[in-house]
Design a protein around this ligand. Structure first.
Ligand SMILES: [Zn+2]
Length: 283
């Protein structure tokens, strides 16, 4: 399978990459209650069972990773609290050197601009070529603005099974295809084997329901069937490998582990510790 090929290859690569410690912090833009309206063809009994109140906690997050004295961002949220959140970690926008984009919805690239102006003057913006090409064809206004303002800074990358060792984006940060939510939706696996975090982007939006029922897609998924297949495959892999995840719409603390569900599907176990990830194996 493509996913397995990339992920397994990634794990092998990680094993031979020099071990580098890193710190990861959530940068929360918004916390709110989500509505079940976003579910595609929802089953009333399933909603009543898993979301009895009719709403569930939702967030919009980006993540700051500090590694080898550099500051990286993973997505930028809407940009509402991004710069303030960075300052609370002692980081100025000019000090961000790379921004890894999971996909180009507005709640992920919005923070790249402030009233049309560049927010991160020294950052390289890394985007999967498939994702970039899709939004170029879609004619989305915000994307077009970002592409124009950052055109000297955008670095497109390809994901396929023939990638060479030289295609490592940076040290031990590996892109992993998770297509479906958008055509080029990409996760990033940070760290080495004992100390990994998977930034999974928008793999989920409705945690209480999509964990037991990963086949349930949402209206935001460009290809709902592919999104569901991707979710199932990745949940299975994560439940078997105990890798910490960080999610853009996970309610705070926005980190956790996926385990097999007691009766069906999977469960999400929140993990409060952030910052230095030396001891993220909490099993
Ligand atoms: Zn999103």
């Amino acid at each position: 399978m493509f996913f397995c090929a990339v992920f397994c290859q990634t794990k092998n690569k990680s094993a031979i990459t020099k071990k580098t410690d890193y710190k990861i912090f959530v940068l929360n833009d918004i916390r709110r209650e989500g509505n079940t309206d976003i579910l595609i063809s929802p089953n009333a009994d399933t909603i009543a069972k898993y979301i009895p109140s009719g709403s569930f906690p939702l967030a919009i997050n980006a993540f700051l990773v500090q590694q080898n004295g550099e500051n990286f961002l993973f997505d930028t949220g809407l940009g509402i609290n991004l710069v303030g959140n960075l300052k609370s970690h002692g980081v100025l926008p000019e000090q961000i050197s790379k921004i890894f984009i999971t996909h180009c919805h507005g709640d992920h690239i919005g923070g790249l601009l402030n009233e049309g102006e560049i927010v991160f003057p020294h950052a390289e913006i890394l985007i999967n070529r498939i994702e970039y090409n899709y939004w170029t064809q879609e004619g989305n206004e915000l994307f077009a603005q970002v592409a124009n303002r950052y055109k000297e800074k955008i670095k497109l990358f390809d994901l396929d099974e023939n990638r060479s060792e030289n295609d490592l984006l940076y040290s031990d940060i590996q892109p992993v295809a998770a297509y479906g939510h958008t055509p080029g939706h990409t996760m990033y696996l940070i760290g080495t084997e004992e100390n990994q975090t998977l930034v999974w982007g928008d793999l989920t939006h409705v945690i209480p329901l999509q964990m037991p029922h990963p086949e349930q897609s949402v209206t935001y998924d460009v290809n709902p069937q592919q999104a569901a297949e991707t979710r199932q495959r990745i949940f299975k892999f994560l439940s078997e490998n105990h890798i910490k995840v960080a999610g853009m719409h996970l309610p705070l603390p926005a980190f956790g582990f996926v385990t097999k569900g007691k009766s069906i599907g999977y469960e999400f176990n929140s993990y409060k510790k952030q910052g230095n990830c030396k001891s993220n194996k909490v099993r």
